[in-house]
Design a protein around this ligand. Sequence first.
Ligand code: SF4
Ligand code: SF4
Length: 495
Amino acid sequence: MIQTTVITPADIRKAYSDIKQPGGGKLEGVADDAAALTLNVALLGIPSIGRNLLDGEGWRYLNTSRRKSQALLVTESGPLVTSTDDALRVPDDTPFVLRQNGKPIKFSIIPYDKKLKHPGYPDKVKAYFLVVDKATPLDPEQPFNLSFKLGRRFGTNQILNKIEQREFPVAYDFYGWRANFYDVLDTDLHSIDWIRIWLNRWIEVLALVAGLGVLTFALIRQQRTSATSRRLQFFRVAYLIFTLGFIGWTAQGQLTIINITAAVESLRGGGDLSFLLSDPMSTILWLFTGVTLFVWGRATFCGWLCPFGALQELISLIANRIGVHQRRLRAAWDARLKWIKYAILAVILGSILVAPSFSEMAVKVEPFETAISFHFVRDWPYILWAVICLAFGLFLYRGYCRYICPLGAALAAVNFLQRWSWIPRRDACGTPCQSCRHRCEYQAIAPSGQVQYSECFQCLDCVSIYQDDQRCLPLIQERKREHRVIPVQLKVEAR
Ligand code: SF4
Ligand code: SF4
C-alpha cells in the first residue's frame, strides 16, 4: 500500500558532489548510511488504498479536497524534516516533482496532520496530500515518476550565496507493484475502478440484493407479514439483526448525510455522482431507498435498512425485556421536537454554501461512523456522543431518529414523493378508535386517525392491529356482535 524511499547523507553528498563552493552543511550525528529523510508514498485516489489508510474522516476530507482527481499521500520523517539550517535544506512549499510520460503533472499540496491506519507509522511526520490538477490528469495504470526536491544554500557571502536544487527519485510503481503482489494484497486492493470493486465484493452485493428482495416481498405482502403480532415481531427482529450485523457492521452499508453533502459539493463543483459507484453497498441502498420512497416513503429505509436505527430498536427491545420502558411525549412536545432534526439538516446544508469547513464539523452529529464503521473503537468524545444517542432511545423510543437525525430529516423532507397511502384505515380510525395511535411507538398517527407518513417507520404494528379482532375496536365490536347470544322465546300454544 505504502512504498518507502530512504535518502541518506551519503546520497545527498553524492548528488551535490559537482558543487565546489563551500556550504551545503553536514547532518550532525547521522551516520552516512542512516536515514536523513524517509519518504512514504501511497496512491490514495484508489479507493481500496485510500480507505485502508485513512480513517473515515480523512477519507472524506481527501474526497472533498480532490473532487475526483487522483491524489497521492506523501509523508516525510527523519532529521532533515525538522532542520532549520538552509545549508541542509531550504524550506520549499512544493518539494516534489511529478511526471508521467515525460510530462510534468500539476498538483496542489494539502497538509494532512492525522495518523494513518498503518502499522509502524512514525509519530513525527510531515504528511501531505498531493492533489493532481484536473488539467494534467494522472493515469494510475501507467508508470509515473515522483521526485523529492532538495534545495541547499551554498556560498559564504551575499554574492556567492545561491540555492542549488537536486531531485531524488521516490520509488512508487503502483502498476508493477500491484502485478507482483496481486495475490497477497487484501481482497479489493487490485480494484482500480468501480467495476472491479463491485466484482471483488460480489458476495456482499449478492447478499444485500437477496436481503432487499426478501424485504420487498414481505412488505408487498404486508398483511400476511403482520397477520399475527408474533409473526411480525419474529420477522422484524430477524431483519433488524441482518441490517445491523450484515449491512452495517460487516458490509459497511450505512447511508449517511455525508453522502448527501458530498453529492451536493460534487454537483456544485461541476462534477457528477459517479463517485458513489466506488461503494457498492451505498449505491444499492440509495437506489433501493430512492425507488421505495415513491411507494412506502422514507419509512422503508428508516424502519428496516438503517443499521444505526436497527441498533437503537434492538437496544429498546432488550431494555423492554428487562423492564425499562420508553416514555411517550405529549403530542404538542413531540411535534415541536421533531423540528430539531430539520434545523440540524438546514444548518448542515446551508453551511456547505457559506462555511464548508463548518459543515465538515456539523455532520459529526451523526454517530454512525463511531457505532457502525468503527465498531465503537474511536476517540472518547465520539464514543460518548454515540452512547448518548443510544441512551436517548432508552427514554424516548428511537429518540435520535425522531428528533435529531439529519439524514432522517432529509428523507422525511422528500417524503411528499410517496404516491401510495399504504396503511389500511377504517372510518372508525380516529373516531372513536385510538388503538393504533396509542400503540404507534413513533407517534406517527394523529388523533384523527390519519397517518403522518413522513414520521412513520413502517414497523407494521398498526397493520397488524388492523387485522386483529382482539385489538382493533371495530373488529372487537363485530366479533362481539357475532357471538352475542340472542335469546329465543318458544311459544307453546294450548290446544
Ligand atoms: S432517522 Fe436516521 S438513524 Fe434513524 S433510521 Fe432514519 S437515517 Fe437511520
Ligand atoms: S404503527 Fe406507526 S410507525 Fe408503525 S407502521 Fe403504523 S403508523 Fe407507521
